[in-house]
Ligand binder design. Structure first.
Ligand code: AMP
Length: 421
């Protein structure tokens, strides 16, 4: 019979890596608390329309990447391909805007996109992200970017990354720019790729995202979105830049950065790393001042970003995780079947004291268990052998110093009490 394997583009996270995930996640919780962001958890699947309406009918996600199915009662459901729309949906559903003028959320969880799998690109991947609702001021944009920067600083990644920012203005600005861009591209239409030809009609700004060298060369002489900013767009973007400079966060302006989703307005940004190869985006986000309204809520400005956890983990140096690998405090060796009740009782009492106790459930030899204890980097070994059973003692060995002593069984819990206090 054929063995089962995980689905293409999905991965198991084995114990040799899961502790790194846990550490990264604990830093996300910590950093988000430092900035006053609170965790939100939304369901893995949502109505299909939530995404087509917000992310955009013409986006890659909606046109080809969503895992969707028709459920009973004629409902059309989708495994979430991103989390901004679900968070905005929850914000509306629970009328959170009535409770407080601002809400700042973060999330950690899996996402699903049917993309061609390759290094750094999976079909089930994980993001952490933040979303802030209620402020249209530039200091909110700066705070969002600062949080991303702070987290990456924690993992000593700032010398491996580039922050690019742009403003794509409000819809008023984009309408003027869209016309100008189409005018400019018209004479080059035949030189465009098939996908750009299609976008020429549906969403010409997306052509700016193109990685096609020829199109990039053509676009070099094209109109600039900055020439179409309204006074407010310009002011907002200038303030964002000023605030980033005030925090010494280095950035470059990339006027070609539009990001692929329909809901963005004004500030958009991306952090990339050239150590990641072709899938170089670590994190991306932007302002979405009309999203909440698009989804049926009261007009509420918002801004956020999403970061790929797999890609961040690829960049973090192993050194950062070394001391976070869980190790047993005590490896408890019991060499006699008659000693098992006593060893189980000792383990129970020590665990109640908060210690991590590992024991061997397959009755291996003393040598094999000692090897295991060393491999797991246990701090102490407790040994219950025949003579210890006879005189109610237990041997305690400190694996760091190699020192060994015999202790009365009833004193062992107290012994570790003194050690841990
Ligand atoms: P996006 O929502 O497309 O802006 O993605 C935000 C971040 O999620 C990216 O910068 C990547 O780090 C990560 N990401 C997006 N798609 C994938 C994928 N298919 N596999 C792994 N990571 C991804």
């Amino acid at each position: 019979m054929k063995n089962f394997r995980s689905i293409k583009g999905t991965h198991d996270i084995l114990p040799e890596d899961s502790y790194k995930w846990r550490h990264l996640e604990s830093i996300v919780h910590q950093v988000c608390a430092q900035f006053g962001y609170q965790e939100i958890r939304t369901p893995i699947f949502e109505q299909n329309k939530l995404f087509s309406r917000s992310v955009g009918e013409d986006s890659d996600i909606v046109t080809k990447e969503m895992y969707s199915w028709e459920d009973k009662e004629n409902s059309f459901l989708t495994l979430r391909p991103e989390l901004t729309a679900p968070v905005a949906r929850a914000y509306n559903q629970h009328n959170l805007g009535n409770l407080s003028p601002i809400h700042r959320f973060y999330y950690i969880g899996p996402l699903f996109r049917r993309e061609r799998p390759q290094k750094g690109r999976q079909r089930q991947f994980h993001q952490f992200g933040i979303e802030a609702f209620g402020s249209n001021f530039a200091e909110q944009d700066a705070e969002i970017i600062a949080l991303a920067w702070h987290l990456l600083t924690h993992f000593r990644l700032t010398n491996k990354i580039d922050l690019q920012v742009n403003s794509i203005g409000t819809s008023e600005c984009r309408a003027g720019y869209r016309d100008a861009l189409k005018q400019f591209l018209k004479p080059h239409f035949d030189e465009l790729s098939e996908i750009s030809k299609r976008r020429f009609n549906t969403n010409p700004l997306r052509i700016l995202d193109s990685k096609n060298k020829k199109e990039q060369t053509i676009l070099k002489n094209g109109p600039r979105i900055s020439d179409y900013y309204t006074k407010d767009d310009k002011e907002h973007f200038n303030e964002v830049k000023t605030y980033l400079k005030a925090m010494n966060i280095p950035f470059t302006i990339n006027s070609g950065l539009v990001r692929g989703l329909d809901y963005y307005t004004k500030t958009v940004f991306e952090i990339t790393s050239n150590e990641l190869g072709s899938q170089d985006a670590l994190l991306g986000g932007g302002r979405y001042d009309s999203l909440v309204e698009t989804l049926g809520g009261k007009p509420t400005p918002g801004i956020g970003f999403a970061a790929g956890i797999e890609r961040i983990l690829l960049l973090i140096n192993e050194e950062n995780f070394k001391e976070h690998k869980p190790v047993p405090d005590i490896y408890l060796i019991c060499l006699e079947k008659e000693g098992i009740p006593a060893s189980l009782s000792i383990a129970k009492q020590l665990r109640l004291k908060g210690l991590n106790i590992v024991s061997d459930p397959i009755r291996r030899s003393m040598k094999a268990q000692m090897r295991d204890a060393n491999k797991l980097r246990a701090r102490y070994v407790l040994i219950l052998g025949e003579s210890e059973l006879n005189d109610n003692t237990i041997i305690l060995k400190n694996l760091e110093s190699g020192k060994q002593e015999s202790i009365k069984q009833e004193k062992i819990v107290k012994y570790f009490d003194n050690l841990t206090n």
